[in-house]
Design a protein around this ligand. Structure first.
Ligand SMILES: Nc1ncnc2c1ncn2[C@@H]1O[C@H](COP(=O)(O)OP(=O)(O)OP(=O)(O)O)[C@@H](O)[C@H]1O
Ligand SMILES: [Mg+2]
Length: 258
């Protein structure tokens, strides 16, 4: 099983969008997929089909040290596309502070939690994270075989990405960029993209995803852009990202013919 952390150095970059969509598109390609919400905003479930924010999940196991509460597996569920979903759960401010302290004391906590998931070699865990740097995002990057860094083509995202890239590469050697909300008509974006390319050196760009107003609208209706507007550029881009990751993953085991 491989682990992918979806991170970004600015808020609202599209991490949750990318994590949820990637999980679903990989599941539709026949992969065993676990999607883990490691962001205490607890929003990934909304993308994966929950009507309300999940009350319990991996966050509870993190903030409580008793063994009984480490059974976060009990709060997992499977969405319509077959993605096994691990919610974060709702936390109070005090509980969130306790989580931070636990992560500081146990830098491998998430890696050990992921090791409890039994998936075939061709399976994949996709982790949504809070903005980097944060303890959650750092643990996700350290536990990951691949970090997808979502970066909108704007100056703040570019500057913070450059500032944190050495630490990210320290955590995981395979960091790839996902440029999100691309609007080639905007000249400023072209300049920022050139800056990003220069700053990233030889880092691969896994995919460019275009700005698409129908994407948040589809989400609001509980639907996927790829289903509602399959011919939009952003829909093609999201499939392109899934293809990129699918090609990076170990080949699927051939299914046994009946
Ligand atoms: N390519 C895109 N085109 C248009 N809207 C997009 C695109 N990608 C993401 N969005 C929208 O941008 C908003 C922020 O996306 P998302 O919640 O995925 O970002 P995030 O990085 O997870 O944010 P947060 O820091 O709050 O966790 C959402 O409304 C989402 O629908
Ligand atoms: Mg998010």
């Amino acid at each position: 099983m491989k682990t992918i952390a979806v991170v970004s150095t600015t808020g609202g970059a599209g991490r949750t969008t990318v994590a949820a969509t990637l999980a679903v598109l990989l599941a539709r390609r026949g992969r065993d997929v676990v999607a883990i919400d490691f962001d205490w905003q607890n929003m990934l479930g909304a993308w994966l089909g929950l009507d309300a924010l999940a009350p319990r999940g991996i966050g509870e196991a993190l903030c409580c040290t008793s063994d009984a509460s480490s059974a976060w597996h009990e709060h997992t569920w499977r969405n319509d596309d077959g993605v096994l979903f691990v919610p974060h759960g709702q936390l109070t401010l005090d509980e969130a502070a306790a989580c931070d302290a636990r992560l500081a004391a146990h830098p491998q906590w998430l890696r050990h939690a992921i090791a409890q998931i039994a998936l075939p070699a061709s399976g994949v865990a996709v982790i949504d994270t809070p903005r980097y740097p944060s303890r959650q995002a750092q643990q996700a990057a350290c536990a990951a075989d691949l970090v997808l860094c979502v970066c909108p083509p704007d100056p703040a995202a570019c500057a913070t990405f450059v500032a944190h890239l050495p630490a990210l590469l320290d955590a995981c050697r395979d960091v790839r960029i996902v440029v999100n909300r691309l609007n080639p008509a905007r000249e400023m974006q072209r300049d920022v993209l050139a800056m990003l390319r220069a700053a990233a050196g030889g880092l691969p760009v896994a995919q460019r995803i275009h700005m698409e107003a129908a994407l948040p609208e589809a989400f609001a209706r509980g639907a996927w852009l790829m289903d509602e507007a399959p011919h939009t550029q952003a829909s093609h881009d999201l499939h392109g990202l899934a293809h990129h990751v699918d090609a990076w993953l170990p080949a699927l085991e051939p299914s046994i013919a009946a």
